[in-house]
Design a protein around this ligand. Structure first.
Ligand SMILES: O=C(O)CCC(=O)C(=O)O
Ligand SMILES: [Fe+2]
Length: 314
């Protein structure tokens, strides 16, 4: 089963069809070299200061540099890329809301060995989510070219249907490992269920990928977006990006603040005190899909609350 390459003109339906069939695919040349230069320029100082990984899973010759929303304005354009959001919204349409899960530049240095084959869903304590319920939609943007020699992601297309009971080693039996070879500016899409892992770097240059992943709104995020992005920075961000980061209800009844209020009141003091209408939000769960864009459940509010401003300790 060959890993499918789609052109930059691919639609979200094309990408989702490939993800449902194989668990992974590549969209070639979706952003320019100049764009990747901007991300690199903003993130390089942080990458230089990032320690190497402590074990073979995260990689002893690998640096993982996160907090991209706060550290790199250019990265926000990747996080909110319309093809990616359209794809995530459609793949994760069984949930009423999806959100950002993590942002991380993965720099695999020369001499790094292969990462163990795994499913990214393992983050949630290895919980065996049903095979027909996608919890996660992932991207790795090539910040350098990805080649078989420099550690392009290894992937086992089709293994998203195997389920959590199978180990990475078992998933390999009878299958050929493929590598997500792609040019700088291309993006590798994969679901949380497909077996994969970073490749070994036999070259003499670093391999860099920007891992930006999304998950349904009712699970905990891998990278804590609220604490990672300082509130002063959050207050400068667009509302759509904030919602994606989790400043919205994450499902029928998760994520409110204080008295059933919209989390956005924490960002914008001027918002009137509004209460979520949970019953109305629940109804949106079945209606999502084609027009799912910025992870946004339609906000349904009722103006009902009045309470003293300020809190104990403030
Ligand atoms: O860097 C890569 O190619 C993949 C990394 C990965 O799969 C992970 O860290 O979960
Ligand atoms: Fe992974």
């Amino acid at each position: 089963m060959a890993l499918k390459h789609l052109p930059p003109t691919a639609t979200k339906q094309d990408v989702v069809a490939a993800l449902r069939a194989d668990g992974a695919c590549i969209v070639d040349n979706l952003v320019s070299n100049e764009f990747m230069d901007r991300v690199a320029e903003e993130m390089d100082p942080y990458i230089d200061l990032t320690p190497l990984g402590r074990d073979e899973f995260v990689g002893k010759k690998t640096r993982r540099t996160g907090s991209m929303i706060a550290r790199s304005k250019a990265s926000r354009e990747l996080v909110t890329h319309p093809l990616v959001l359209g794809t995530a919204g459609t793949l994760l349409e069984k949930a009423s809301v999806f959100q950002l899960h993590l942002t991380q530049i993965i720099s695999v240095f020369p001499g790094e060995t292969v990462q163990p084959i795994h499913r990214d869903e393992l983050a949630w304590d290895f919980f065996p989510f049903p095979t027909d319920y996608d919890v996660q939609c992932n991207t790795i943007w090539a910040m350098t070219d990805f080649t078989a020699e420099n550690g392009a992601t290894r992937v086992l297309p089709g293994t998203h249907l195997l389920g959590a009971e199978v180990t990475g080693a078992e998933a390999e039996i009878g299958r050929e490992i493929e590598q997500a070879e792609m040019e700088r500016g291309s993006v590798f899409f994969y679901t949380g269920k497909v077996y994969h892992g970073a490749g070994a770097n036999y070259s003499d240059a670093v391999r860099q990928g920007i891992n930006i992943t999304y998950c349904v709104g009712w699970v905990r995020q891998e990278e804590n977006q609220y604490l990672t992005t300082p509130i002063e920075v959050a207050k400068t961000l667009d509302e759509d990006l904030l919602k994606l980061m989790g400043y919205q209800m994450g499902g029928v009844a998760v994520g409110y603040v204080r008295d059933f209020e919209d989390p956005m009141v924490i960002i914008n003091d001027d918002l009137p005190k509004k209460q979520y209408d949970i019953a109305a939000l629940a109804k949106t769960a079945s209606g999502r899909g084609d027009d799912a864009t910025a992870a946004a459940a339609e906000p349904f509010y009722e103006d009902v609350l009045t309470s003293p401003s300020g809190m104990a300790g403030s």
